[in-house]
Design a protein around this ligand. Sequence first.
Ligand SMILES: Nc1ncnc2c1ncn2[C@@H]1O[C@H](COP(=O)(O)OP(=O)(O)OP(=O)(O)O)[C@@H](O)[C@H]1O
Ligand SMILES: [Mg+2]
Length: 394
Amino acid sequence: MVSSEQPAHDDPVLRDALRTVIDPELGDNIVDLGMVRSVTKDAGGEVLVSIALTVAGCPLRSQIERDAAARLSSIAGVSGVKIEIAAMDGEERAAVMKRARLKARERAPETAVPHDARVVAIASGKGGVGKSSVAVNLSVALARRGLRVGLLDADVWGFSVPRLIGIEGTIEAEGGKMLPIELTVGQGSVRVLSMGFLSGEEEAIMWRGLLLNRAVQQFLQDANWGDIEYLLVDLPPGTGDVQMGLARILPRSEMILVTTPPVAAQKVAARAADMARRGYLRVTGVVENMSEFTCDHGETYALFGSGGGERLALDLGVPFLGKIPLNPAVAAGGDRGEPVAMGSGPLAEVFAQLAEKIADEISPIVETTTCSARLIEQVEKAVLAGADTASAPI
Ligand SMILES: Nc1ncnc2c1ncn2[C@@H]1O[C@H](COP(=O)(O)OP(=O)(O)OP(=O)(O)O)[C@@H](O)[C@H]1O
Ligand SMILES: [Mg+2]
């Protein structure tokens, strides 16, 4: 019988740590899904974890293994991690299906974001670390790769995206749906929605009234994003309702954490990990912003210290995606509404490399052809049909 209860010999700390490992398509962590059969540690700190997957040979296997190994090996006292993979039997699968069905019921209605668009939220534990600057420049860098990118300014009260990207305007509606304002970048484009496009105009007052409480949900559901391939979400600072809302509405969202170099990122790391756990969002990686400043003479100064980004990535057991130097040109570009990623030179190259890493090296969270995707599709269909999927064959 599958159970998320803890066997007597289990290590509770390790089991709890595995709650941050998400089966992205089932939208829940592997512990609560009952996929962790046991996790034990011997006297030498060697960890043995037994994980049961829904289907033998599931393509998500390597991702789950990787995430579990990274998470466990970042814990103090762990010297090595061995993972045993097994396939679930019929009874276990039925229990997972039941849980996934309940989850699917909770899921929000359809969004206007295409199913195959990758959703990447830019987050941080604290304010002012450069989330919006990273979100804007990364959107531009992805668009320069020829991609159609949506950019949602989810900082409803403190919006800054319109200024940073240099777009002024008012959102128009077509067929009752808001139309993002589009900026063509090379062969690609960035389509932007922000509360900044709703201020000041008389007709916007109606929208504002509608939007005040559920702005982000409406930006996701009552907008026409069209055929975007990426949606970047610039989150407000901290770990509040917006993050939770995003996790509920788009559980497949990935999160990139932006941090600054001081190693005092420990608390931020704990908050961020907690946010990921509660929201079931997978943290894709860490970006360090405001890193070493290089002056005109080529000298490099670590004004804010160094190592915070790598440390945070290590703590969370996720990839470190790169450093963005502290450079007044980033701020000046933002003030002028000409993101540095639009131009040429080393700073544009930094964002181009970040975009390349995210697009090419970090696997998208939803591979629609995988076993779990098929599984969840069946669950959703069954939920819509009102059937009991717990006993349905897979
Ligand atoms: N790499 C950088 N070099 C120099 N200045 C930067 C850099 N990144 C961001 N800034 C500047 O730092 C300030 C804060 O950046 P930004 O608004 O992007 O942060 P944020 O995390 O979105 O803030 P908030 O939490 O308020 O939303 C801005 O003035 C921005 O221009
Ligand atoms: Mg911001």
